[in-house]
Design a protein around this ligand. Structure first.
Ligand code: XMP
Length: 552
């Protein structure tokens, strides 16, 4: 049964029963979290990854249809796939050509399973090649929009679709000859076989249903999942929580768990889930590195220690971090020092707890996929990102990573379903090294105070303008520059504050936000008038690339 604890929804908002409020907002009644039925059927579809840039997107789209999905490399053995208990397979696109020597092919078990299969682009070509058809280089590469004309409109695969629809193509190879038993279900001007299928629920699409440029793509995927694979869409945050809580309980048994609390959504969700599963067997360590935003530490402590009654060790290590950072101006050096000092403090505190068996980490699915796919997805290192996870390797703890199969938006959904305050669930990302990389040049107590005051104004004004959620990040940066100003009849010589506000889906690319002029003007006026030592404000209008989101 979910206990009804009391928590503050923010530092300055009245304390309230947040589980009830969150449920009420969603128009739901609070239900006790049920243990999963032992016999409950798990619905999953496995995406076989041939290295397309869209592979992860396919898994996301499937999950948006409330069917659990995992991405596995094309050479994954059956033992890796069997525990997922798939009800069907989707073969992704990929850069290879099936007729080239050594081209990746689908594992035999997908055909031997007799489960439904959907091949997308290269995936369709792999099916064709492996089941006795012929793939050849097309007369011309087809890239971009095309109109798909459905032939077999009575096929369940095409339910709820108009007879013609726009789709997105990106291929050079074509199906020259379908495998025995397959028929053409739809065509485009350049692809006579744009969709094919057989009686056993094996389908191939030459286009990409997963991308936004195929507006009906989700209906097509849904038809495959619901009408061909027979899924019902029961993968919901509440089911995830129930399954996850039961799994954590079983794994941890009587053991002890330690985790780092940072105030971010991932660590909040991880600790809440684990706390729900094993209660006081979990101890969280919250290291205040002195590089946090105003009131960040108090709010987090208030929410977790006082209201959720979690075991939290709070360490104010501000001075230790400032000592480390004295005289340091290089951004990567700042990151390294903050990361290392964090490990030291964390290990010291964890050692005081006594015997600990597990380390809780907020690893998310994109991190897992990046390190697991056969293709080299690693990109050149631009900045080292120190997160709290993965640090204390010396401690020889087993990892507890309940979010390792979730995407960020799913973590947020789970957070809301757990009843965490919206303010915490929708918090914008904040870098591990904190304000140290938003103060250009040496970090000092004085500069931290100035930046905190300016940042507070930015956050408040952005929230007041109801733009906080739409923006990926919005914050102030303290430049290592002083400029001349005039206040009253006096000359001033003060700091320059830069505003940074960006829109983005994943932080890989970002655009500067077109904030309204009057909002910019209000923020600028307030900072110059209310923050001593600052006499100029500029707005950063660079996108990423070529710039980055943070200034350091
Ligand atoms: P950049 O500046 O590389 O940032 O465009 C992309 C995203 O990563 C965050 N970021 C960090 N996060 N440790 C972190 O935990 C770091 O050292 C770090 N550097 C950047 C940044 O806030 C943005 O969301």
């Amino acid at each position: 049964m979910v206990s009804r604890r009391r928590v503050a929804t923010s530092g300055d908002v009245e304390v309230s029963t947040y589980l009830e409020i969150a449920a009420e907002k969603r128009g739901e009644q609070l239900l006790p979290i049920k243990e999963p039925e032992p016999e409950a059927e798990r619905e999953a579809v496995v995406v076989i990854d041939f290295g397309s840039q869209y592979s992860m997107l396919i898994a996301r789209r499937v999950r948006e249809c409330r069917v659990y999905s995992e991405l596995v490399p094309y050479d994954a053995p059956w033992e890796r796939v069997a525990p997922i208990r798939p009800k069907g397979f989707i073969l992704s696109g990929g850069p290879a050509s099936v007729y080239e020597p050594g081209a990746p092919l689908a594992p035999a078990y997908i055909y031997e399973s007799h489960l439904p299969i959907l091949g997308i682009c290269y995936g369709m070509q792999a099916i064709t090649h492996q089941l006795g058809g012929k793939v050849a280089l097309g007369a011309k590469r087809e890239y971009g929009h095309a109109i798909l004309h459905l032939g077999a409109v009575d096929s369940p695969f095409f339910a709820d679709l108009p007879p013609s629809l726009p789709v997105w193509m990106s291929h050079g190879d074509v199906i020259a000859e379908m495998p025995p038993g397959f028929t053409t279900l739809a065509h485009t001007e350049n692809s006579p076989v744009a969709v094919m299928g057989n009686e056993n629920g094996v389908f191939g699409l030459q286009f990409h249903p997963e991308v936004a440029h195929t507006p009906e793509g989700k209906t097509i995927l849904k038809n495959f999942l619901y009408r061909v694979c027979g899924c019902k869409g029961n993968w919901t945050p509440a089911n995830f929580i129930a399954e996850s809580v039961a799994g954590i309980r079983e794994r941890v048994a009587g053991g002890r768990v330690v985790g780092a609390l940072s105030g971010g959504v991932d660590s909040a969700v991880v600790t809440t889930l684990i706390h729900q599963a094993v209660g006081d067997q979990l101890t969280c360590i919250f290291v205040n590195n002195g590089l946090l935003r105003r009131e960040e530490a108090e709010r987090t402590l208030n929410a977790f220690r006082h209201n959720l009654k979690m075991n939290i060790i709070y360490v104010d290590a501000t001075q230790r971090f400032l000592d480390q950072l004295r005289g340091v101006v290089d951004p990567e050096e700042k990151r390294r020092l903050v990361g290392e000092e964090f490990i030291r403090v964390f290990e010291e505190e964890a050692a005081k707890i006594g015997q600990v068996d597990f380390l809780a980490q907020g690893t998310l699915y994109p991190d897992v996929i990046e390190s697991a796919t056969p293709q080299d997805r690693a990109s050149a290192k631009i900045k080292t990102h120190h997160n709290v996870g993965g640090l204390p390797s010396k401690m020889k703890l087993s990892l507890l990573e309940p979010l390792r199969h979730l995407f960020k938006d799913e973590v947020r959904e789970v957070g809301l379903a757990l009843g965490l305050p919206e303010e915490m669930v929708w918090r914008q990302p904040f870098p591990g090294p904190g304000l140290a990389i938003r103060i250009i040049g040496e970090v000092t107590q004085e500069k931290l105070e100035i930046l905190r005051a300016a940042d507070w104004i930015v956050m408040n004004e952005i929230k007041k303008a109801q733009l906080y959620r739409q923006l990926w990040q919005s914050f102030a940066v303290l430049a290592d520059v002083k400029t001349v100003g005039v206040m009253g009849d006096f000359r001033t010589y003060g700091y320059l504050v830069a505003l940074r506000a960006v829109t983005s889906d994943d932080a890989m690319t970002a655009d500067w936000a077109r904030l309204p002029y009057d909002l910019l003007s209000r923020i600028s006026n307030r900072i110059v008038n209310e923050v001593p030592g600052v006499n100029r404000v500029v707005y950063d209008i660079s996108s990423k690339p070529p710039s980055t989101i943070e200034w350091e």
